[in-house]
Design a protein around this ligand. Structure first.
Ligand code: FAD
Length: 442
Protein backbone atom coordinates (compact mmCIF):
# COMPACT_ATOMS: atom_id res chain seq x y z
CA UNK A 1 0.00 0.00 0.00
CA UNK A 2 1.51 3.33 -1.10
CA UNK A 3 1.33 5.98 1.60
CA UNK A 4 -0.83 8.98 0.67
CA UNK A 5 0.92 12.37 0.44
CA UNK A 6 -1.20 13.92 3.17
CA UNK A 7 -1.84 13.64 6.91
CA UNK A 8 -5.29 14.04 8.47
CA UNK A 9 -6.51 14.85 11.97
CA UNK A 10 -9.38 12.79 13.36
CA UNK A 11 -11.12 14.67 16.17
CA UNK A 12 -12.83 12.23 18.53
CA UNK A 13 -12.13 8.59 19.29
CA UNK A 14 -15.62 7.08 19.58
CA UNK A 15 -17.00 4.38 17.29
CA UNK A 16 -16.81 6.69 14.25
CA UNK A 17 -13.30 8.04 14.90
CA UNK A 18 -11.81 4.62 15.61
CA UNK A 19 -13.54 2.87 12.71
CA UNK A 20 -12.37 5.67 10.43
CA UNK A 21 -8.81 5.50 11.72
CA UNK A 22 -8.67 1.74 11.17
CA UNK A 23 -10.14 2.08 7.68
CA UNK A 24 -7.78 4.88 6.65
CA UNK A 25 -4.78 3.00 8.01
CA UNK A 26 -5.67 0.10 5.73
CA UNK A 27 -5.72 2.50 2.76
CA UNK A 28 -2.37 4.17 3.40
CA UNK A 29 -3.72 7.42 4.87
CA UNK A 30 -1.71 8.66 7.84
CA UNK A 31 -3.61 10.32 10.68
CA UNK A 32 -3.55 11.45 14.29
CA UNK A 33 -6.58 10.99 16.54
CA UNK A 34 -7.19 13.82 19.01
CA UNK A 35 -9.44 12.67 21.86
CA UNK A 36 -10.53 14.95 24.69
CA UNK A 37 -10.70 12.15 27.27
CA UNK A 38 -7.68 10.67 29.03
CA UNK A 39 -8.17 7.34 27.25
CA UNK A 40 -10.49 5.69 24.75
CA UNK A 41 -13.69 4.70 26.49
CA UNK A 42 -17.33 3.89 25.93
CA UNK A 43 -20.31 3.76 28.23
CA UNK A 44 -21.49 0.51 29.81
CA UNK A 45 -24.47 -0.08 27.55
CA UNK A 46 -25.36 -2.22 24.59
CA UNK A 47 -25.45 -1.20 20.94
CA UNK A 48 -27.31 -3.05 18.22
CA UNK A 49 -25.92 -3.37 14.70
CA UNK A 50 -28.04 -4.14 11.66
CA UNK A 51 -26.93 -6.13 8.63
CA UNK A 52 -26.09 -2.90 6.77
CA UNK A 53 -23.66 -1.96 9.56
CA UNK A 54 -22.09 -5.40 9.57
CA UNK A 55 -21.65 -5.25 5.77
CA UNK A 56 -20.13 -1.76 6.13
CA UNK A 57 -17.62 -3.07 8.70
CA UNK A 58 -16.46 -5.67 6.17
CA UNK A 59 -15.77 -2.91 3.63
CA UNK A 60 -13.99 -0.80 6.25
CA UNK A 61 -11.62 -3.51 7.41
CA UNK A 62 -11.84 -7.28 7.90
CA UNK A 63 -10.21 -6.89 11.32
CA UNK A 64 -12.94 -4.48 12.42
CA UNK A 65 -15.59 -6.99 11.40
CA UNK A 66 -13.74 -9.84 13.12
CA UNK A 67 -13.49 -7.74 16.30
CA UNK A 68 -17.23 -7.06 16.24
CA UNK A 69 -18.02 -10.72 15.64
CA UNK A 70 -15.93 -11.70 18.67
CA UNK A 71 -18.11 -9.57 20.95
CA UNK A 72 -21.46 -9.75 19.12
CA UNK A 73 -24.47 -11.51 20.58
CA UNK A 74 -27.39 -12.55 18.41
CA UNK A 75 -30.79 -13.95 19.25
CA UNK A 76 -30.12 -17.26 20.94
CA UNK A 77 -32.93 -19.29 19.42
CA UNK A 78 -32.57 -20.75 15.94
CA UNK A 79 -36.20 -19.82 15.21
CA UNK A 80 -35.34 -16.17 15.97
CA UNK A 81 -32.18 -15.91 13.90
CA UNK A 82 -33.61 -13.51 11.33
CA UNK A 83 -35.84 -11.62 13.77
CA UNK A 84 -34.98 -8.03 14.67
CA UNK A 85 -37.65 -7.68 17.37
CA UNK A 86 -40.74 -9.51 18.56
CA UNK A 87 -43.09 -6.60 19.25
CA UNK A 88 -45.21 -7.06 22.37
CA UNK A 89 -47.85 -5.08 24.24
CA UNK A 90 -45.93 -3.69 27.20
CA UNK A 91 -49.16 -2.85 29.03
CA UNK A 92 -50.42 -6.43 28.96
CA UNK A 93 -50.81 -8.15 32.30
CA UNK A 94 -50.23 -11.57 30.70
CA UNK A 95 -46.95 -13.17 31.79
CA UNK A 96 -44.18 -13.11 29.20
CA UNK A 97 -42.73 -16.32 30.54
CA UNK A 98 -45.73 -18.24 29.18
CA UNK A 99 -45.30 -17.30 25.49
CA UNK A 100 -48.67 -18.67 24.37
CA UNK A 101 -50.41 -16.29 26.78
CA UNK A 102 -48.58 -13.22 25.46
CA UNK A 103 -48.29 -13.54 21.69
CA UNK A 104 -46.35 -10.83 19.81
CA UNK A 105 -48.48 -8.09 18.22
CA UNK A 106 -46.20 -8.54 15.22
CA UNK A 107 -42.71 -9.70 14.44
CA UNK A 108 -40.10 -7.57 12.67
CA UNK A 109 -38.23 -10.01 10.51
CA UNK A 110 -36.02 -8.24 8.14
CA UNK A 111 -32.63 -9.39 7.20
CA UNK A 112 -30.27 -12.29 7.37
CA UNK A 113 -28.65 -11.08 10.54
CA UNK A 114 -31.59 -10.75 12.91
CA UNK A 115 -30.53 -8.78 15.94
CA UNK A 116 -26.77 -8.41 16.50
CA UNK A 117 -25.69 -6.43 19.53
CA UNK A 118 -22.65 -5.92 21.69
CA UNK A 119 -21.46 -4.15 24.78
CA UNK A 120 -20.06 -0.82 23.58
CA UNK A 121 -16.93 -0.93 25.71
CA UNK A 122 -16.09 -4.48 24.54
CA UNK A 123 -16.36 -3.37 20.89
CA UNK A 124 -14.06 -0.42 21.53
CA UNK A 125 -11.56 -2.77 23.19
CA UNK A 126 -11.54 -4.81 19.97
CA UNK A 127 -10.88 -1.71 17.86
CA UNK A 128 -8.03 -0.15 19.81
CA UNK A 129 -5.41 -2.85 19.02
CA UNK A 130 -6.08 -2.33 15.29
CA UNK A 131 -4.66 1.21 15.49
CA UNK A 132 -1.02 1.84 14.68
CA UNK A 133 1.10 2.64 17.76
CA UNK A 134 1.31 6.31 18.70
CA UNK A 135 -1.55 7.41 16.45
CA UNK A 136 -3.68 8.91 19.24
CA UNK A 137 -3.24 11.88 21.54
CA UNK A 138 -5.37 12.19 24.68
CA UNK A 139 -6.52 15.14 26.76
CA UNK A 140 -6.84 17.10 23.50
CA UNK A 141 -10.15 18.94 23.59
CA UNK A 142 -10.56 20.77 20.31
CA UNK A 143 -11.58 24.42 20.58
CA UNK A 144 -11.22 25.67 17.02
CA UNK A 145 -9.74 25.03 13.62
CA UNK A 146 -8.18 27.82 11.58
CA UNK A 147 -7.57 27.94 7.86
CA UNK A 148 -10.80 26.17 6.88
CA UNK A 149 -11.83 28.99 4.56
CA UNK A 150 -8.48 29.37 2.84
CA UNK A 151 -8.24 27.81 -0.60
CA UNK A 152 -4.48 27.26 -0.72
CA UNK A 153 -2.68 24.10 0.31
CA UNK A 154 -1.59 25.39 3.73
CA UNK A 155 -2.24 23.00 6.58
CA UNK A 156 -5.21 23.58 8.87
CA UNK A 157 -4.41 24.41 12.48
CA UNK A 158 -6.24 22.69 15.31
CA UNK A 159 -6.36 24.63 18.57
CA UNK A 160 -6.89 22.70 21.81
CA UNK A 161 -8.17 23.76 25.20
CA UNK A 162 -4.78 23.07 26.81
CA UNK A 163 -3.29 25.83 24.66
CA UNK A 164 -1.46 23.51 22.26
CA UNK A 165 -1.96 23.39 18.51
CA UNK A 166 -1.48 20.80 15.78
CA UNK A 167 -1.50 20.89 11.99
CA UNK A 168 -3.03 18.60 9.41
CA UNK A 169 -3.93 18.62 5.72
CA UNK A 170 -7.56 17.88 6.60
CA UNK A 171 -9.70 17.65 9.74
CA UNK A 172 -12.25 14.86 10.09
CA UNK A 173 -14.77 15.79 12.80
CA UNK A 174 -15.84 12.61 14.58
CA UNK A 175 -16.63 14.38 17.84
CA UNK A 176 -20.18 13.19 18.27
CA UNK A 177 -23.41 14.90 19.21
CA UNK A 178 -21.70 17.72 21.15
CA UNK A 179 -19.37 18.31 18.20
CA UNK A 180 -17.08 21.31 18.25
CA UNK A 181 -16.13 20.74 14.63
CA UNK A 182 -19.82 21.24 13.72
CA UNK A 183 -19.67 24.75 15.19
CA UNK A 184 -16.48 25.43 13.21
CA UNK A 185 -18.09 24.11 10.03
CA UNK A 186 -21.27 26.16 10.44
CA UNK A 187 -19.26 29.30 11.15
CA UNK A 188 -17.20 28.68 8.01
CA UNK A 189 -20.26 27.94 5.85
CA UNK A 190 -21.85 31.19 7.07
CA UNK A 191 -18.59 33.13 6.90
CA UNK A 192 -18.88 34.24 10.51
CA UNK A 193 -16.61 34.03 13.51
CA UNK A 194 -17.07 30.72 15.29
CA UNK A 195 -18.03 32.63 18.43
CA UNK A 196 -21.15 34.05 16.70
CA UNK A 197 -23.70 32.40 18.97
CA UNK A 198 -26.82 33.12 16.92
CA UNK A 199 -25.41 31.20 13.97
CA UNK A 200 -23.74 28.47 16.02
CA UNK A 201 -26.97 27.85 17.97
CA UNK A 202 -28.61 26.87 14.67
CA UNK A 203 -26.20 23.96 14.47
CA UNK A 204 -26.95 22.61 17.93
CA UNK A 205 -28.95 19.49 18.63
CA UNK A 206 -32.37 19.99 20.18
CA UNK A 207 -34.33 17.93 22.68
CA UNK A 208 -36.71 15.38 21.15
CA UNK A 209 -38.76 15.39 24.35
CA UNK A 210 -37.77 11.85 25.00
CA UNK A 211 -35.40 10.46 27.56
CA UNK A 212 -34.28 6.99 28.35
CA UNK A 213 -33.36 4.79 31.29
CA UNK A 214 -30.69 2.23 30.48
CA UNK A 215 -29.86 -0.86 32.45
CA UNK A 216 -27.79 -4.00 32.19
CA UNK A 217 -29.56 -6.83 34.00
CA UNK A 218 -27.94 -10.17 34.86
CA UNK A 219 -29.54 -12.80 32.62
CA UNK A 220 -30.57 -14.95 35.56
CA UNK A 221 -32.71 -12.05 36.89
CA UNK A 222 -34.15 -11.37 33.45
CA UNK A 223 -35.16 -15.00 33.01
CA UNK A 224 -36.92 -14.91 36.38
CA UNK A 225 -39.19 -12.17 34.99
CA UNK A 226 -39.49 -12.88 31.27
CA UNK A 227 -38.71 -16.58 30.98
CA UNK A 228 -36.13 -18.10 28.64
CA UNK A 229 -37.54 -17.17 25.23
CA UNK A 230 -38.20 -13.49 25.93
CA UNK A 231 -34.81 -13.03 27.62
CA UNK A 232 -32.65 -14.82 25.08
CA UNK A 233 -34.08 -12.92 22.09
CA UNK A 234 -34.75 -9.26 21.23
CA UNK A 235 -38.13 -7.82 22.31
CA UNK A 236 -39.77 -4.43 21.80
CA UNK A 237 -42.44 -3.52 24.37
CA UNK A 238 -44.93 -0.93 23.08
CA UNK A 239 -47.20 1.30 25.13
CA UNK A 240 -48.71 4.78 25.26
CA UNK A 241 -45.99 7.48 25.33
CA UNK A 242 -43.44 4.89 26.50
CA UNK A 243 -41.67 1.91 25.05
CA UNK A 244 -38.84 -0.40 26.01
CA UNK A 245 -36.32 -2.61 24.24
CA UNK A 246 -34.70 -5.71 25.70
CA UNK A 247 -31.98 -7.77 24.05
CA UNK A 248 -29.14 -10.04 25.15
CA UNK A 249 -25.52 -8.85 25.15
CA UNK A 250 -22.26 -10.28 26.58
CA UNK A 251 -22.87 -13.59 24.83
CA UNK A 252 -26.17 -13.97 26.62
CA UNK A 253 -24.93 -13.29 30.16
CA UNK A 254 -26.63 -9.92 30.37
CA UNK A 255 -29.93 -8.41 29.22
CA UNK A 256 -29.72 -4.85 27.88
CA UNK A 257 -32.76 -2.80 28.87
CA UNK A 258 -33.54 0.54 27.23
CA UNK A 259 -36.72 2.19 28.50
CA UNK A 260 -37.96 5.31 26.63
CA UNK A 261 -40.22 8.03 28.02
CA UNK A 262 -41.91 10.88 26.10
CA UNK A 263 -42.50 14.04 28.06
CA UNK A 264 -43.75 17.57 27.32
CA UNK A 265 -41.34 18.91 29.95
CA UNK A 266 -38.12 20.60 28.80
CA UNK A 267 -34.83 18.85 29.57
CA UNK A 268 -33.61 20.51 32.77
CA UNK A 269 -30.19 21.46 31.43
CA UNK A 270 -31.63 23.09 28.26
CA UNK A 271 -28.83 22.08 25.94
CA UNK A 272 -26.95 19.07 24.76
CA UNK A 273 -23.95 19.70 26.97
CA UNK A 274 -25.42 17.71 29.85
CA UNK A 275 -27.15 14.70 28.38
CA UNK A 276 -27.38 12.62 31.53
CA UNK A 277 -28.90 13.35 34.89
CA UNK A 278 -29.01 11.12 37.96
CA UNK A 279 -32.24 9.21 38.54
CA UNK A 280 -33.38 6.18 40.47
CA UNK A 281 -35.05 2.88 39.70
CA UNK A 282 -38.10 4.23 41.54
CA UNK A 283 -38.26 7.16 39.10
CA UNK A 284 -38.29 4.67 36.23
CA UNK A 285 -40.98 2.55 37.88
CA UNK A 286 -43.08 5.66 38.41
CA UNK A 287 -42.63 6.73 34.78
CA UNK A 288 -43.75 3.29 33.57
CA UNK A 289 -46.89 3.17 35.72
CA UNK A 290 -49.61 1.60 33.59
CA UNK A 291 -47.24 -0.93 32.03
CA UNK A 292 -47.66 -4.59 32.87
CA UNK A 293 -45.64 -6.85 35.15
CA UNK A 294 -43.13 -7.78 32.44
CA UNK A 295 -41.61 -4.33 31.89
CA UNK A 296 -42.14 -3.29 35.51
CA UNK A 297 -40.63 -6.55 36.73
CA UNK A 298 -37.52 -5.96 34.64
CA UNK A 299 -37.17 -2.36 35.77
CA UNK A 300 -37.40 -3.68 39.30
CA UNK A 301 -34.26 -5.75 38.63
CA UNK A 302 -32.25 -2.73 37.48
CA UNK A 303 -29.67 -1.10 39.73
CA UNK A 304 -31.19 1.31 42.33
CA UNK A 305 -29.29 4.26 40.83
CA UNK A 306 -30.04 4.74 37.12
CA UNK A 307 -29.11 7.66 34.91
CA UNK A 308 -31.64 9.41 32.71
CA UNK A 309 -30.31 10.09 29.20
CA UNK A 310 -31.81 12.91 27.18
CA UNK A 311 -32.39 12.20 23.52
CA UNK A 312 -31.20 15.19 21.52
CA UNK A 313 -30.77 15.13 17.76
CA UNK A 314 -30.23 17.29 14.68
CA UNK A 315 -33.77 16.80 13.25
CA UNK A 316 -34.57 20.51 13.67
CA UNK A 317 -31.13 21.69 12.57
CA UNK A 318 -29.98 19.53 9.66
CA UNK A 319 -26.63 20.64 8.25
CA UNK A 320 -26.75 22.07 4.72
CA UNK A 321 -23.38 20.41 4.04
CA UNK A 322 -21.16 17.95 5.87
CA UNK A 323 -17.93 19.66 4.72
CA UNK A 324 -16.25 22.92 3.91
CA UNK A 325 -12.89 22.87 2.19
CA UNK A 326 -10.73 20.36 4.04
CA UNK A 327 -12.95 20.06 7.11
CA UNK A 328 -15.42 17.17 6.94
CA UNK A 329 -17.84 15.86 9.57
CA UNK A 330 -18.52 12.16 9.97
CA UNK A 331 -20.91 10.17 12.18
CA UNK A 332 -22.96 11.79 14.95
CA UNK A 333 -21.08 15.08 14.54
CA UNK A 334 -22.82 15.38 11.16
CA UNK A 335 -26.16 13.70 11.85
CA UNK A 336 -26.80 12.88 15.52
CA UNK A 337 -30.05 10.95 15.74
CA UNK A 338 -32.41 9.61 18.34
CA UNK A 339 -31.89 5.84 18.59
CA UNK A 340 -35.31 4.50 17.58
CA UNK A 341 -34.09 2.68 14.49
CA UNK A 342 -31.16 1.27 16.45
CA UNK A 343 -29.08 2.40 13.51
CA UNK A 344 -27.20 5.60 14.43
CA UNK A 345 -23.86 3.89 14.89
CA UNK A 346 -24.56 1.76 11.83
CA UNK A 347 -24.93 4.92 9.74
CA UNK A 348 -21.64 6.16 11.23
CA UNK A 349 -19.96 2.98 10.02
CA UNK A 350 -21.55 3.31 6.58
CA UNK A 351 -20.17 6.88 6.47
CA UNK A 352 -16.74 5.55 7.33
CA UNK A 353 -16.86 2.87 4.62
CA UNK A 354 -17.78 5.44 1.95
CA UNK A 355 -15.31 8.10 3.08
CA UNK A 356 -12.41 5.68 3.48
CA UNK A 357 -13.06 4.17 0.05
CA UNK A 358 -13.07 7.66 -1.50
CA UNK A 359 -9.96 8.83 0.35
CA UNK A 360 -8.19 5.60 -0.56
CA UNK A 361 -8.29 6.65 -4.23
CA UNK A 362 -6.77 10.12 -3.75
CA UNK A 363 -3.37 11.12 -5.14
CA UNK A 364 -2.86 14.56 -3.61
CA UNK A 365 -4.02 16.72 -0.73
CA UNK A 366 -5.61 19.12 -3.24
CA UNK A 367 -8.13 16.37 -3.99
CA UNK A 368 -9.33 16.16 -0.37
CA UNK A 369 -12.14 18.77 -0.60
CA UNK A 370 -13.38 17.11 -3.77
CA UNK A 371 -13.55 13.76 -2.02
CA UNK A 372 -15.45 15.41 0.85
CA UNK A 373 -17.93 16.87 -1.65
CA UNK A 374 -18.51 13.40 -3.12
CA UNK A 375 -18.88 11.99 0.41
CA UNK A 376 -21.45 14.68 1.26
CA UNK A 377 -23.42 13.99 -1.92
CA UNK A 378 -23.40 10.26 -1.25
CA UNK A 379 -24.29 10.29 2.42
CA UNK A 380 -26.22 13.36 3.56
CA UNK A 381 -29.65 12.35 2.25
CA UNK A 382 -29.59 8.89 3.83
CA UNK A 383 -28.07 10.08 7.10
CA UNK A 384 -30.60 12.88 7.52
CA UNK A 385 -33.48 10.60 6.53
CA UNK A 386 -32.53 8.41 9.49
CA UNK A 387 -32.72 11.35 11.90
CA UNK A 388 -36.27 12.25 10.81
CA UNK A 389 -37.46 8.67 10.45
CA UNK A 390 -36.15 7.76 13.89
CA UNK A 391 -38.43 10.34 15.50
CA UNK A 392 -41.40 9.00 13.53
CA UNK A 393 -40.61 5.41 14.57
CA UNK A 394 -40.75 6.27 18.27
CA UNK A 395 -44.17 7.82 17.74
CA UNK A 396 -45.29 4.63 16.04
CA UNK A 397 -44.05 2.44 18.91
CA UNK A 398 -45.71 4.71 21.46
CA UNK A 399 -49.11 4.74 19.76
CA UNK A 400 -48.79 8.48 19.11
CA UNK A 401 -48.62 8.36 15.30
CA UNK A 402 -51.23 5.75 14.35
CA UNK A 403 -52.87 4.89 17.66
CA UNK A 404 -53.24 1.12 18.18
CA UNK A 405 -53.47 0.32 14.46
CA UNK A 406 -50.94 -2.48 14.87
CA UNK A 407 -51.19 -3.70 11.27
CA UNK A 408 -50.52 -0.17 10.02
CA UNK A 409 -47.67 0.29 12.50
CA UNK A 410 -46.13 -3.02 11.43
CA UNK A 411 -46.30 -2.11 7.72
CA UNK A 412 -44.78 1.30 8.22
CA UNK A 413 -42.00 0.16 10.55
CA UNK A 414 -41.15 -2.70 8.15
CA UNK A 415 -40.86 -0.29 5.22
CA UNK A 416 -38.63 2.09 7.18
CA UNK A 417 -36.40 -0.69 8.48
CA UNK A 418 -36.10 -2.19 5.00
CA UNK A 419 -34.69 1.10 3.72
CA UNK A 420 -31.96 0.83 6.36
CA UNK A 421 -31.25 -2.88 5.99
CA UNK A 422 -31.35 -3.25 2.24
CA UNK A 423 -28.81 -0.70 1.09
CA UNK A 424 -26.40 -2.01 -1.53
CA UNK A 425 -23.34 -0.32 -0.08
CA UNK A 426 -20.99 -1.63 -2.79
CA UNK A 427 -23.18 0.03 -5.42
CA UNK A 428 -23.42 3.19 -3.37
CA UNK A 429 -19.62 3.37 -3.06
CA UNK A 430 -19.17 2.68 -6.77
CA UNK A 431 -21.50 5.61 -7.53
CA UNK A 432 -19.66 7.88 -5.08
CA UNK A 433 -16.36 6.98 -6.76
CA UNK A 434 -17.81 7.77 -10.20
CA UNK A 435 -19.01 11.08 -8.82
CA UNK A 436 -15.53 11.78 -7.44
CA UNK A 437 -13.92 10.99 -10.80
CA UNK A 438 -16.37 13.33 -12.52
CA UNK A 439 -15.69 16.13 -10.02
CA UNK A 440 -11.91 15.67 -10.33
CA UNK A 441 -12.17 16.00 -14.12
CA UNK A 442 -13.95 19.38 -13.93
P1 FAD B 1 -19.44 9.59 20.05
O1 FAD B 1 -19.64 8.20 20.47
O2 FAD B 1 -20.18 10.67 20.76
O3 FAD B 1 -17.88 9.87 20.13
C1 FAD B 1 -17.37 11.18 20.04
C2 FAD B 1 -15.95 11.19 20.59
O4 FAD B 1 -15.40 12.49 20.39
C3 FAD B 1 -15.90 10.93 22.10
O5 FAD B 1 -14.84 10.03 22.37
C4 FAD B 1 -15.66 12.31 22.70
O6 FAD B 1 -14.94 12.25 23.92
C5 FAD B 1 -14.83 12.96 21.59
N1 FAD B 1 -14.94 14.42 21.57
C6 FAD B 1 -16.08 15.17 21.67
N2 FAD B 1 -15.80 16.48 21.60
C7 FAD B 1 -14.45 16.58 21.42
C8 FAD B 1 -13.56 17.68 21.27
N3 FAD B 1 -13.99 18.96 21.28
N4 FAD B 1 -12.23 17.42 21.11
C9 FAD B 1 -11.77 16.14 21.10
N5 FAD B 1 -12.58 15.05 21.27
C10 FAD B 1 -13.90 15.27 21.41
N6 FAD B 1 -26.77 3.25 17.35
C11 FAD B 1 -26.89 2.02 16.80
O7 FAD B 1 -26.43 1.80 15.66
N7 FAD B 1 -27.50 1.00 17.47
C12 FAD B 1 -28.04 1.18 18.71
O8 FAD B 1 -28.56 0.23 19.30
C13 FAD B 1 -27.96 2.47 19.30
N8 FAD B 1 -28.49 2.69 20.53
C14 FAD B 1 -28.44 3.94 21.05
C15 FAD B 1 -29.06 4.18 22.29
C16 FAD B 1 -29.04 5.46 22.83
C17 FAD B 1 -29.76 5.71 24.12
C18 FAD B 1 -28.36 6.51 22.15
C19 FAD B 1 -28.30 7.91 22.73
C20 FAD B 1 -27.73 6.28 20.93
C21 FAD B 1 -27.78 5.00 20.36
N9 FAD B 1 -27.19 4.73 19.13
C22 FAD B 1 -27.30 3.50 18.57
C23 FAD B 1 -26.46 5.78 18.40
C24 FAD B 1 -24.95 5.63 18.61
O9 FAD B 1 -24.71 5.57 19.99
C25 FAD B 1 -24.19 6.80 18.00
O10 FAD B 1 -24.61 6.97 16.66
C26 FAD B 1 -22.68 6.55 18.00
O11 FAD B 1 -22.23 6.18 19.29
C27 FAD B 1 -21.96 7.81 17.57
O12 FAD B 1 -20.57 7.58 17.57
P2 FAD B 1 -19.57 8.77 17.30
O13 FAD B 1 -18.21 8.16 17.40
O14 FAD B 1 -19.93 9.49 16.06
O15 FAD B 1 -19.79 9.79 18.50
Amino acid sequence: MTAKPFHVAIVGGGITGLALAISLHKRGVSFTIYEQAAAFGEIGAGVGMHANAVRAMKICDEGLLAGFERVATRNAWASKKDVWFDVLDGTSTEPANIPEKLAPLFILTGHEDGHAACHRARFLEEMVPLLPAGSAQFGKRLVSVTGVEEDGGNPLTLVFEDGTTAQADAVLGCDGIKSRTRAVLVAALNKVDNKDNAIIDKAKPTYSHKFVYRGLIPMVDAVAVLGEERSANAMLWMGPDRHALTFPVNHGQTLNLVAFVTTPEPWPSQDAQQLTLPATRDDALRDFAGFGPNVLGLLGKAAPQMDRWALFDLAEHPLPQFYKGRLCLVGDAAHASTPHHGAGAGMCIEDVAVLAELMGTLKSKEELPIAFAAFDASRRGRDQWLVASSRRSADLYEWRARGRDFAGIADEVRARQAYIWNIDLDKSIARAKEDLTRRLAL
